[in-house]
Design a protein around this ligand. Structure first.
Ligand code: ADP
Ligand code: MG
Length: 216
């Protein structure tokens, strides 16, 4: 497994959504993910492609620790991500970040971009000057420094997603899960966001799990 950052083996997530029968009470389950295996090499992109409802987001949420898998194995640099039943280590939380499909709902509308970017910095980079770091993050994603004072509603869809990308970078991660990061955006800005991701991957040696329903 030399060079792999993430190994996923026979991953399953079955949601119990109800019960059938009055005596035996058989659980009714949805097999959202049913035996997924893949390996992601460090510094590379693994594309997870499937139609809507095929379980892509569920894999994403398991990878960042929002869900516990029903069964299967997931290791980050050889370390079991679900070894501790109490939850994920700070180190793994820092190293694995996510960008959600809909930037409109993933950014808190009541917070400025500064506050949105400060939160992960305060938790994971407490020794650093947060204002300097916020400015560095905005610069890294090509947004003007004055954007720190704006609210999400003042930004275009593409700009909001770029802020979500900057927030993912705030912890200085190694692996970013991109769950259909351009699906909610106008075609005209999709290419801009993809080019930004390619540049960031090269500059920061990031590994990407890129989720999409669009093979192209
Ligand atoms: P995709 O991202 O590929 O569109 P999802 O992972 O969102 O797919 O969903 C896969 C399947 O699991 C769908 O049938 C969805 O309805 C179901 N599902 C997802 N999350 C839950 C949940 N929390 N409870 C019950 N069913 C769920
Ligand atoms: Mg999805």
């Amino acid at each position: 497994m030399s060079g792999d950052i993430l190994n996923v083996t026979d991953l399953k997530k079955h949601f119990v959504i109800g019960q059938e029968g009055t005596i035996d009470r058989t659980p009714i389950t949805v097999k959202a993910v049913d035996g997924v295996s893949f390996d992601l090499r460090e510094g590379e992109t693994f594309g997870l492609v499937g139609e809507s409802g095929s379980g892509k987001s569920t894999v994403a949420y398991i990878t960042v620790g929002m869900y516990q898998p029903t069964s299967g194995k997931m290791t980050y640099q050889g370390e079991d991500l679900f070894a501790d039943p109490k939850g994920r280590s700070m180190e793994h939380k820092k190293e694995i970040q996510i960008v959600f499909q809909d930037p409109g709902s993933s950014l808190n509308p009541r917070q400025t971009i500064n506050a949105i970017l400060e939160l992960p910095l305060r938790i994971h980079q407490p020794d650093k000057d947060t204002t300097q770091e916020v400015l560095r993050l905005l610069n890294m994603v090509d947004l003007p420094p004055e954007y720190m004072h704006k609210y999400p509603r003042m930004l275009s869809g593409g700009e909001k997603q770029i802020v979500a990308i900057a927030r993912a970078l705030a912890t200085d991660p190694s692996l970013i899960i991109l769950d259909e990061p351009t699906s909610a955006l106008d075609v005209s800005v999709q290419g801009k966001v993809i080019n930004l991701l390619i540049r960031l991957q090269q500059e920061l040696n990031l590994s990407f799990l890129f989720i999409t329903h669009d093979l192209s």
